[in-house]
Design a protein around this ligand. Structure first.
Ligand SMILES: *Cc1c(COP(=O)(O)O)cnc(C)c1O
Length: 415
């Protein structure tokens, strides 16, 4: 029995049976890049997502979470089109500042920030999203030593979280953020110490496809921000509402109704409590902005039969695209959207499994999918490779060559 592959995102077409990426043929791009495996990113698709966000959300800032895809040319392209960059290490902070973002538009979250990282962020003028009281003490002490007024926000561990569908009350114990009930005292101490207090960062989950789940979470987030601000006696300049917008990766999943989320947030903000009147709001997105913009191209090295099953063995695999192998947070392995890029749109004729070249049974790109008849030399496309792809994969595992990356068809002019 064949298994379905996930839905190919909108807008992909073929020319003479070859997949087009940013208007260019996949085989020509591979030749230009010098071979496979190759990640191709199309900024036109990121632009489509940014436009959609801007139309759906009125007067809400858009931040990009760099960890979704830190590829430098893509980051530089995105940096001039969003209102802020959210980073989670000193390396990402350097990349963000190098991409042209102003320090006041960069915020740095993440547990376990080392003293050197805190000092570098304070010296650069980047906002630290504090993950705990201990980190707050270290940041204040380092700022005093450097002689700088630190920009500090507090990441709140809310007393709710978004799950697959619907919000769960009762937050969990986590290494991330400060438990909501302890936040007001921390904010008062930061303000008393003379820090430049920037506000709250409240992130309640990821990969949500249900608009109602996000709507509920955002309403609860606004209410929580207001009550924390009242208790702390300090209106927050910015409330980062988190993100969590998901993409449909697997058969049967439906895309998020972003317009519905935007309209509901608009209503919630119009009715927000007085203490939040001067506050600006931001949403930080990684996956939803860049996921669909990336395609991972590999070449079939061998077509192989074993006990009645067909395997296309490619020159790529889980060392570049771990998530498609099902080993990055999936409970039940399901197929990503895949296609034979050099026979795109041809009728499906046979059932085959697409696997990688690593010497481990974990290295699968798609199990038992229906494909056109393909041969060694054909190109395989794995879609939805733009977020948590190469940088979230164990590239050193088994010492195969690194993947190439390229931007294609970049609308190069600044917005
Ligand atoms: C990873 C992360 C994001 C991005 O999440 P996506 O699901 O990719 O949108 C946003 N904020 C924080 C704090 C994160 O750690």
């Amino acid at each position: 029995m064949s298994k379905p592959s996930g839905p190919i995102p909108d807008g992909f077409a073929a020319q003479d049976g070859v997949l087009l990426l940013g208007g260019r043929r996949a085989d020509a791009l591979v030749e230009e890049a010098g071979g496979t495996p190759l990640f191709v990113y199309d900024p036109g698709i990121v632009a489509r997502q940014i436009d959609r966000f801007r139309r759906a959300f009125d007067d809400v800032q858009l931040h990009y979470a760099v960890k979704a895809n830190p590829y430098e040319p893509l980051l530089r392209w995105i940096a001039s089109r969003v209102d802020g960059l959210d980073v989670a290490s000193e390396g990402e902070m350097r990349a963000a500042l190098g991409s042209g973002a102003a320090a006041e538009h960069v915020s740095f979250a993440g547990p376990g920030k080392r003293d050197e990282e805190l000092a570098a962020a304070i010296a650069a003028g980047v906002t630290l999203n504090l993950e705990g009281e201990g980190e707050a003490q270290r940041a204040l002490a380092l700022a005093a030593r450097i002689g700088m007024r630190p920009r500090l926000a507090v990441r709140v561990n809310p007393d709710f979280e978004i799950r697959g569908s619907g919000m769960r009350m009762g937050g969990s114990a986590t290494p991330f953020g400060v438990d909501a009930e302890r936040v007001p005292a921390l904010v008062r101490s930061l303000v008393a110490a003379g820090a430049d207090w920037r506000g709250f960062h409240i992130y309640a989950g990821s990969q949500a496809l249900e608009a109602e789940a996000l709507v509920e979470t955002q309403r609860a987030t606004v209410a929580l921000a207001a009550s924390l601000a009242r208790e702390a006696g300090a209106p927050p300049p910015l409330v980062n509402l988190g993100g969590g917008f998901g993409l449909p990766y697997f058969h049967g999943q439906q895309p998020l109704d972003v317009e519905r989320v935007g309209a509901a947030l608009g209503e919630a903000l119009a009715a927000r409590p007085l203490i939040l009147r001067p506050t600006r709001f931001a949403i930080e997105l990684g996956r939803w902005l860049v996921g669909e913009a990336g395609v991972y191209l590999t070449r079939i090295v061998e077509r192989k039969e074993s006990r009645g099953r067909t395997f296309f063995i490619t020159d790529g695999g889980m060392h570049h695209q771990l998530a498609a192998s099902g080993n990055f947070g999936q409970v039940v392995r399901r197929n990503y959207p895949v296609a034979i890029a050099t026979r795109f749109g041809a009728p499906a004729e046979e059932e085959a499994s697409l696997v990688g070249c690593l010497c481990t049974p974990l290295d699968r790109l798609a199990d038992d999918v229906m494909t056109p008849r393909a041969e060694a030399g054909d190109l395989v496309a794995v879609f939805l490779a733009g977020a948590y792809g190469l940088s979230a994969s164990p590239q050193a595992f088994l010492a195969h060559p690194p993947a190439r990356e390229m931007l294609v068809g970049a609308p190069n002019s600044p917005p």
